[in-house]
Design a binder for this molecule. Structure first.
Ligand SMILES: [Zn+2]
Length: 226
């Protein structure tokens, strides 16, 4: 779908949609704060809302997250049906189908924010580190996951980074870069100000997220690692 093509049916019916990337990001972080505090609202999970969104979806954020079972997007961001367009792979690796899914959300559904969601103790990153250190590639299609993580490990090695959490942050930031480098469609949406791409690092025990990358950079307060 060309970004200059006709607006999707039903989009105009959603009042205030699309929000700006900044508004979408603030909404997402607000939900995560509720989750961390143990005071979730569980919004948009009732039967009336279920019926309403059956007529059309207007998700305000795309989550490109790791498949880890502890990283359930609607739970950790305290959202409900129709709020988040979620694509998950082990290690949030981004092949053609993932990029196509993100492009669909951004260009067809008008979603203004893409979030790469990684986390500490990521098994995909650990598997890639094991493969790199032993020189033994995993069997089957797991190799594709490992191969997709290895460039991030190369970046970490170039920078002399050995801390596992810092390596995860580098992998998240590299995934943000990979999305924009491999999707001219998404890069154009970002360049035109309709969309932003943010990398968030999630801590399994605390439930908190921390921004480690953002394009455009001014979207958030990048920490030192960005
Ligand atoms: Zn993971």
């Amino acid at each position: 779908m060309n970004k200059l093509g006709p607006r999707p049916i039903g989009r105009a019916a959603a009042a205030g949609f699309p929000p700006t990337p900044e508004q979408a990001f603030a909404e997402l972080l607000a939900g995560n704060r509720r989750f961390v505090a143990g005071t979730p609202h569980h919004p948009n999970q009732d039967a009336d809302h279920r019926a309403a969104v059956a007529e059309g979806q207007h998700p305000f954020a795309v989550i490109v997250g790791c498949s880890d079972s502890r990283l359930a997007a609607e739970i950790i961001f305290d959202r409900g049906l129709g709020d988040l367009f979620v694509v998950r792979t082990a290690g949030h690796t981004v092949g053609p189908e993932v990029l196509g899914s993100v492009e669909y959300a951004v260009t067809v559904l008008g979603t203004p924010l893409v979030v790469v969601l990684g986390h500490d103790s990521c098994g995909a990153v650990q598997a890639a580190r094991a493969a790199a250190s032993t020189g033994v590639a995993p069997a089957g299609h797991l190799r594709a996951v490992v191969d997709a993580v290895l460039p991030s490990l190369g970046l970490a090695a170039e920078r002399g980074v050995e801390d596992p959490d810092e390596i995860v942050d580098i992998h998240i930031a590299h995934t943000v870069e990979a999305i924009l480098a491999n999707s001219s469609v998404l890069a154009a949406e970002v360049a035109d100000g309709r969309c932003a791409v943010v990398g968030l690092s999630y801590r399994l025990s605390a439930g908190e997220t921390r921004a480690v990358a953002a394009v455009p950079v001014g979207l958030t307060e990048p920490p030192a690692a960005a």
